[in-house]
Design a binder for this molecule. Structure first.
Ligand code: NAI
Ligand code: MG
Length: 346
């Protein structure tokens, strides 16, 4: 039986994980679920934000579902550790608007493909005390962060974006970078993109390739978001632009994500543990439920993945159940039950 590791984490991570599991258990599919610990509470109990056993289980599973974790001061983020350990190099973040959700734009449906293993997320930071004489407290005066960009990882992510564009019948792939300033690092990224684009243009001439600077992209996402179909970009730009994307379609409650590698998949809502609403049972579970659908796509259960997406669309269209972020006062469990009922009736 296929193994799935579930890491609920902290705060609303635990609440939306319950929803994700309720959806999965309502389907005609059998999985062997294994719980893994990670996050702030885990650190307080075990002295580590992610025990070796959790990493081992995730590696030995067909897929891992992750809620959200609260960051722990001075400790590495467990989700970043997991992404690296599982070598899930492609982070997919769909931006899709739903009927029935108040949002800045209607009819948006594009995908951000974010490089997940390097860039400014390499966590290489160096502190230098170069002004010790002027610095009586001897506190740190200068810090540097190193951005790592390799041709290999850049080509790998750009090829992945093209394969996704072909699979999803998209007509444009846009590379986002800042190669005018970061000539070497982002230069490699942009060059790798056009190398791959050129290769795919022979077999898939219907797909247009273009590139924009990241600052211009931040504006275009607001002035002409419908132009985008697939965006491929490096780690930090993808992080920032995908939150902007979430803002275009109703907020973080609607943003799922997939982290995909050659052998493994890790699926999580884009949002965090939301301490301000945690414990009240009012988090919107849809980002998690759509992440479950992405996990089922990965596990080649497309039929069920599409059923889940349809059930979510139908419940939102009906507009009876609304969690507070949607302007209503339904609970997480009301929304989850409505989606489970819809699944049973379509
Ligand atoms: P957050 O995503 O937890 O919350 C941002 C805002 O969106 C808050 O106003 C929150 O109430 C709202 N929100 C988020 N998810 C929601 C949902 N499902 N339904 C309704 N409203 C929702 O980000 P924030 O506040 O920056 O971080 C809180 C903690 O989460 C921090 O410790 C942060 O480090 C961590 N975090 C963890 C992530 C992960 O585990 N992958 C990702 C992002 C943040
Ligand atoms: Mg983020």
């Amino acid at each position: 039986m296929r193994k799935i590791t579930t890491i609920a984490g902290d705060g609303i991570g635990k609440e939306v994980m319950e929803s994700g599991l309720a959806i999965l258990k309502s389907l005609d599919l059998n999985f062997n679920f294994r719980e893994g610990k990670a996050g702030y509470e885990c650190f307080q109990k075990n002295g580590t934000t992610i025990p070796e056993e959790t990493i081992k289980n995730a590696k030995n599973s067909q897929a891992t579902l992750y809620g959200a974790t609260t960051s722990t001061p001075n400790e590495k983020s467990p989700i970043i550790i997991l992404r690296k350990e599982l070598d899930v190099f492609a982070n997919l973040r769909p931006v899709k608007s739903f009927e029935g959700v108040d949002s800045l734009f209607k009819n948006l449906d594009f995908l951000i493909v974010r490089e997940n293993t390097e860039g400014l997320y390499s966590e290489i930071e160096i502190i230098e005390n170069e002004n010790i004489e002027n610095n009586k407290n001897n506190s740190n005066t200068k810090a540097k962060a190193i951005k790592v960009i390799t041709k290999e990882a850049s080509e790998r992510i750009c090829a992945f974006a093209y394969r996704k564009a072909i699979e999803d019948n998209k007509k444009r792939v846009t590379c986002v970078h800042k190669a005018n300033v970061l000539k070497k690092t982002d230069g490699i990224f942009k060059e790798s993109f056009y190398k791959i684009a050129n290769k795919y243009s022979k077999t898939n001439p219907q797909i247009l390739a273009n590139d924009y600077y990241v600052d211009a992209t931040a504006m275009y996402l607001i002035t002409k978001p419908a132009e985008f179909q697939v965006i491929v970009t490096s780690n930090l730009y993808g992080d920032i632009l995908s939150d902007e994307g979430a803002g275009l379609v109703g907020g973080l409650g609607f943003s799922p994500s997939a982290n995909i590698g050659d052998d493994n998949g890790l699926f999580e809502p884009v949002h965090g543990s939301a301490p301000e609403i945690a414990g009240q049972g009012i988090a919107n579970p849809i980002a998690m439920i759509l992440s479950v659908a992405m996990m089922l796509d990965f596990l080649k259960e497309k039929y069920y993945a599409n059923q889940i997406r349809l059930a979510v669309e139908n419940v939102l269209k009906k507009g009876k159940i609304k969690t507070p972020d949607l302007g209503g006062n339904s609970k997480t469990s009301d929304m989850t039950n409505a989606i489970v009922n819809e699944l049973n009736n379509i």
